[in-house]
Structures are given as structure tokens and as C-alpha cells.
Design a protein around this ligand. Structure first.
Ligand code: SF4
Length: 473
């Protein structure tokens, strides 16, 4: 059930068949409620929930990276089941929450997620009778979780680097290594690799049967993601990505995103603080960060201290922006959804600022690199906010007189402001129509760009040699 719920949340329009494929492709079951065979003299692979109540002489707790464990993403963000339960129990009103209450509820929910993750860590580490091994990745993109630091202090042991054959970390890695051997080896060694692959394929190991290799089977579908004439939901914040590379946009839309790292969690917390305190002074904003820091960092390690310094600077820049804003009225986290031809432009504007009848829509950014002034003038997300305003997205506003990106990340002393003048509504509507055309197509172009290095689809992207299909080799 849990696996099905997670799958549907990630890929709302996937079929039952693809869910079954997904289950069959798992190295071990993530769903702790499934039936389990008790086998003697074998290594047990368990989730923390399924390990509860059991013990082993030696237990290995793996995947202890920040963002992975604890995984601080909110679990219930799509359907709001918890909020629904509160309404049904009479503890909450059945009305949309105002921005401050939404931010507050997100804060409470994130705290609960961290507590859950910590409880499951406590369950996992208490399964060992004699020896406990904690493993994590310490690399450029991932760093050990706070739990490793806690355990290291509690047990008074120093983390040790592991010697690993990098190719073989799991069964998929093993199959890939045999496939590489079958391709590159010669004569008897090659035959041995081929025979091993055939044996693995007979046992149903995923990836061993050449019929499953990418590029070999027929296309599973040549339909687009929307039926003919079906309204297309367009998220302004994802339009830049679509215009930069349609393939990346498509992969991320169906769930191909990286897990939320600490920078992303920090960005969310900064946005929530900004929403809760739209007129907050620097000390008020700093106090709010102090209160919420446990959701972002939790170790007294050097990377954690660097992250905290970054967060403090963001809060200082946010405070400077709020202090410099001349707006007499500010609406924060304004949700909207407007129909424009086939598109439903939907999202949430960070700040809608008004002064003397002039309205400007502001998007806060916590990333470090701001676009150039010329790029900002054409920025897709801001243009869509302005287009939505022209269609009555924001109460009391019949058009926007401009928009702005406010960067609170980076290294500059104050916030970096990038402004966009009022849009040409006709030209922006045509731009939206072009985007919808790309979204409803059945094929997505891979367009190399300067953000390819951070793309989660890079390893399977046909625009790069590493992502070519085996049939092209
Ligand atoms: S690696 Fe670059 S070209 Fe390929 S999908 Fe990602 S962004 Fe597009």
C-alpha cells in the first residue's frame, strides 16, 4: 500500500502495469507490509519499519546522507490528507488556509517528518546485538547525515573511509559489470560473461535479459502526456526549464528529480519565513531562522556551519530587501490558477507588492547565480505571473506593471534585484501557446545547455555520449 501511495504521488498518471514493473525492478521490497519469508543463513534486507522487533548479531544501516536520511521532504504535500483528517475531526476549518497558516502548518509538518526520520533511525541502529555499521556517501554532491555525526559522538568512534569496487554496489551494478565484460572481453572470458548474463536472465534478474535493454524493445507508448483537448496545467516556475530543454522538463515532470538536498530544504525554509513575516525586520527574520534551524541542519560539523553562514546571509539580504521595499500593500504566497486557451497557468506568487496603484510581482530566489538584466527582462516565470495577473489571478489586481526576481543567495552584500518591465500580453500569450505545444507533444528534444551538468537526466540523455542507447554503440 505504501509503495503504491508513493508511486501514485510521484507519477499520478502512470498505469498499473508500470507500477508492477517498478515493483519487479526493486532490488528489495520497500513496502514493509508485504509477506516476508524468514530465511536462515542469509542477509536480511529491511526497511527500518520492517526491521522493528527483530535483531541480528551485525546490522548495517545504509544510506545515511543528508536529504536521504533524514529525508525532510513533506510526505503529504500533494493531497493534504493530514489537513483533511484535521477537518473531518473538527479540529480545522474547511477553508483554504491563509499564507501565514500554510507556512506554520508546513513548519509543523516538517518537524514531524524529522521526528519520524529520527525515530526510524533509532529503530534501525538498535537492531544490532554485537556490531553496528553505518554507511554513507561523502562526496561532492552528498554529505553524511547528521545521524552519522550523532552516532560517532555517542559511540566515540571516527568515521572510516571504505574501500569499494565502485562498479558493484548492488545487483544492478553487478549486472552492468557483466554486460560491460560481455562487450569488452574476448574469447573464453567473453563467453563466460555471456553465460553469466543468460543465467541471471533465467532467474529474472532485472537488466540481464537483452530484451530489457534500453533501445531494444519497441516503444511502450507514442502518446503525449495529455489527451487531445485536455487542459494543460502550466507551472510558471517550470517554464524556464521547458524552454531551455524540453527533455529535462519531461523527465522531471514524471518524477525524475534528485532528492531534496539541504540547499533545497534551506530554500523552502527561507521562503516560508519570508511568507510568515512579509514585513519582518532583520532581527525578527533572524529569530525565525534560529527557531527553525533544526529542520535544515542538525550537526555541529564544518559543512553544517558553512550552511548556517549561508542561511544567515540569506536572511540578512531578505531583511535588507524587505526594509527597502516601498510597497504599501504586500500579499504573500498568492495561489492562483487561470485558464488561458488550453493552458491552466497555476502556481503561487511569493509577493504581490502594490504602491500608489502600481503592482509588481516578486519572486524570491535562494540560488546563487542571478540571470543577466537582459535575461530577466525575458524571464519566463515572471512573464507568466504577469500574464496571470492580466487574467485576474490576484484579487484587486487587473494587471501587473512589472515583476522582479530577488536573489538572497550568492556572495553580494545585499540582495540582487532583476527587474522585468510590463509584458506585451499578446506576445506572452503566444509564448504560452508555444510552450503548451511542446508539452503536449509525444517527443521531447534534448537541448544541450549550460545547466546540463546539474541535470538529473544527464546519464541517460541522448545529447551526451554517456547517455546514448546501447543500440547506438
Ligand atoms: S543533460 Fe542537458 S540536454 Fe540532456 S536532458 Fe539534461 S538538460 Fe537536456
Amino acid at each position: 500500500m505504501k509503495a503504491a501511495a508513493l508511486y501514485v504521488e510521484r507519477m499520478p498518471s502512470a498505469s498499473v502495469e508500470s507500477f508492477v514493473d517498478h515493483l519487479e525492478g526493486q532490488d528489495f521490497a520497500a513496502d514493509s507490509l508485504g509477506a516476508r519469508a524468514r530465511v536462515r543463513d542469509a542477509v536480511a534486507f529491511c526497511t527500518p519499519a520492517s526491521a522493528a522487533g527483530r535483531e541480528w548479531e551485525v546490522a548495517v544501516v545504509a544510506g545515511l546522507e543528508e536529504g536521504v536520511w533524514p529525508d525532510t521532504r513533506l510526505r503529504d504535500a500533494v493531497l493534504g490528507a493530514q489537513h483533511l483528517a484535521e477537518i473531518l475531526a473538527g479540529r480545522a476549518e474547511a477553508v483554504p488556509l491563509p499564507a501565514a497558516a500554510r507556512a506554520d502548518s508546513a513548519r509543523v509538518a516538517r518537524r514531524a517528518v524529522i521526528d519520524d526520520e529520527t525515530r526510524s533511525f533509532a529503530v534501525a541502529v538498535s537492531r544490532a546485538r554485537r556490531r553496528l555499521v553505518l554507511t554513507c556517501v561523502d562526496g561532492e554532491e552528498q554529505r553524511p547525515s547528521r545521524y552519522v555525526a550523532w552516532a560517532s559522538v555517542a559511540a566515540a568512534v571516527e568515521p572510516q573511509p571504505a574501500e569499494l569496487d565502485r562498479r558493484i554496489a548492488d545487483l544492478r551494478g553487478a549486472v552492468a559489470a557483466v554486460r560491460v565484460g560481455a562487450l569488452s572481453a574476448r574469447d573464453a572470458t567473453r563467453a563466460a560473461h555471456v553465460e553469466t548474463l543468460a543465467r541471471l536472465a533465467r532467474q529474472g534478474v532485472a537488466g540481464a535479459d537483452p530484451g530489457q535493454w534500453h533501445g531494444v524493445p519497441e516503444w511502450s507508448s507514442q502518446s503525449g502526456m495529455w489527451h487531445d483537448g485536455q487542459p494543460v496545467r502550466v507551472s510558471p516556475s517550470r517554464l524556464e526549464s521547458l524552454e531551455r530543454c524540453p527533455l529535462r522538463w519531461a523527465v522531471e515532470t514524471v518524477g525524475g528529480t534528485a532528492e531534496a538536498g539541504e540547499k533545497q530544504v534551506l530554500g523552502t525554509v527561507i521562503h516560508e519565513i519570508a511568507a510568515a513575516l512579509p514585513h519582518g525586520t532583520a532581527p525578527e527574520l533572524a529569530r525565525a531562522l534560529d527557531e527553525r534551524w533544526g529542520e535544515v541542519g542538525g550537526t555541529d560539523t564544518w559543512p553544517d556551519r558553512v550552511l548556517r553562514e549561508r542561511a544567515d546571509s540569506m536572511i540578512r539580504r531578505l531583511g535588507a530587501y524587505v526594509a527597502s521595499s516601498a510597497a504599501s500593500a504586500v500579499e504573500v504566497e498568492q495561489p492562483f490558477a487561470v485558464e488561458i486557451d488550453r493552458a491552466v497557468v497555476a502556481g503561487s506568487a511569493d509577493r504581490v507588492e502594490t504602491r500608489d496603484g502600481v503592482t509588481r510581482i516578486v519572486d524570491l530566489k535562494t540560488g546563487a547565480s542571478a540571470p543577466s538584466a537582459a535575461e530577466a527582462a525575458h524571464h519566463a516565470q515572471l512573464a507568466m505571473y504577469q500574464l496571470a495577473a492580466a487574467h485576474g489571478a490576484f484579487p484587486g489586481v487587473d494587471h501587473a506593471d512589472g515583476a522582479a526576481l530577488v536573489y538572497v543567495g550568492g556572495t553580494s552584500k545585499g540582495p540582487t534585484l532583476r527587474e522585468q518591465p510590463a509584458i506585451d500580453v499578446e506576445a506572452t500569450t503566444a509564448r504560452l501557446a508555444e510552450a503548451v505545444e511542446v508539452m503536449v507533444a509525444a517527443e521531447f528534444e534534448a537541448r544541450q545547455n549550460d545547466l546540463c551538468g546539474h541535470c538529473p537526466a544527464r546519464r541517460s540523455c541522448p545529447a551526451w555520449a554517456t547517455g546514448r542507447q546501447v543500440t547506438d554503440s
